[in-house]
Design a protein around this ligand. Structure first.
Ligand SMILES: [Zn+2]
Length: 319
């Protein structure tokens, strides 16, 4: 075991140094982060749907490859229960015994549109992790140039990699800061997975996933974010109820803007041209090499000319 640890650590370091660490968990020790014996080829992103602008159940909204890799060893290692952090809201004890009946992006309690407004909400996720900690400065520049507001869902891993950029964005009144989780995990009370990423495994893990990032964002900005979106945007219905008990709303989406930053600029444009009153568009701000910035820049002037207006989530109620 000792030798395996040494090998795992050495390979991890080598991969990270060469920028090929996408297969590695960045948030666990070597016991649970053993990489493959040989570096594997980069996987292809998921196929984009034929008609991407509005989704029903297609599992393509969030980035599949930048989170916690599936690891069967996790299943056998029951984490030690830890006392809740001071200030963590108490959740209804009945939720600890509740059995989920829904799993997906559109489960009960997820707000996917804005109520009572003709405006469109653009939301940009910053997922963090080995393959997701970039910053799309061009995208943010386009939004500022056109004075288009947006809600930015920040994961704690991205925040840790981009503290100065985060401070600048949080200070800009054009942007609303929202919570995209601590380790970017699908939100489950029984360990369900999405895109091969292991979800949280209990109510307590749900609380940690939400409140870890929530505390950081609150400390840094002085304001507790109102909205949460999980890594992968997947939930079960009990986990959503837990988020509500913690005092946050769960923000889904109605327009698939960039399919985990895999869309070309033309696909982003086509998706956004389909956005209408009350829509919430989901895109990403952490992949500067993607088509997202160019697609947004190519589309916003057209939408503005049509009379479209843009808003942050926090100015409205979710529907
Ligand atoms: Zn994400």
């Amino acid at each position: 075991m000792q030798r395996r640890r040494f090998l795992a650590t050495s390979v991890s370091a080598a991969l990270l140094l060469t920028g090929c660490g996408r297969w590695l968990r960045d948030d666990a020790g070597p016991d649970t982060a053993a990489p493959p014996e040989d570096p594997r080829p980069t996987p292809e992103p998921p196929e984009a749907p034929e008609a991407p602008s509005v989704v029903g159940e297609e599992p393509t909204g969030e980035q599949p490859d930048d989170g916690v890799a599936e690891d069967p060893e996790l299943e056998t290692e029951a984490p030690e229960p830890e006392p809740p952090e001071p200030g963590t809201p108490e959740v209804d004890p009945a939720l600890y015994d509740a059995i989920p009946t829904e799993w997906g992006e559109a489960v009960t309690g997820v707000g996917r549109r804005l109520a009572g407004t003709s405006a469109i909400a653009l939301t940009f996720d910053a997922c963090g992790g080995p393959n997701g900690s970039g910053y799309d400065a061009a995208l943010i520049g386009h939004l500022r140039h056109l004075d288009v507001p947006a809600t930015l869902f920040v994961n704690e891993r991205w925040l840790d990699a981009n503290p100065a950029v985060f401070a600048e964005l949080a200070d800009d009144p054009l942007f609303e800061i929202a919570n995209h989780g601590t380790r970017h995990r699908p939100l489950s009370v029984d360990g369900r997975s999405a895109y091969g990423i292991t979800g949280t495994g209990s109510v307590d893990e749900v609380i940690d996933e939400v409140m870890g990032c929530q505390r950081r964002l609150t400390e840094l900005t002085g304001t507790a974010p109102r909205f949460f979106r999980s890594g992968t945007a997947y939930y079960d219905d009990v986990a959503v109820r837990v988020v509500h008990e913690l005092g946050l709303e769960v923000a889904g989406y109605s327009v698939l803007g960039d399919a985990g930053a895999t869309f070309s600029a033309a696909q982003v444009r086509d998706a956004l041209l389909g956005a209408g009153p009350g829509d919430i568009a989901l895109l990403h701000m952490n992949h500067p090499a993607s088509g997202t910035a160019e697609g947004v820049a190519a589309t916003l002037p057209t939408l503005l000319d049509r009379g479209a207006t843009f808003t942050t989530l926090g100015d409205h109620e979710l529907a």
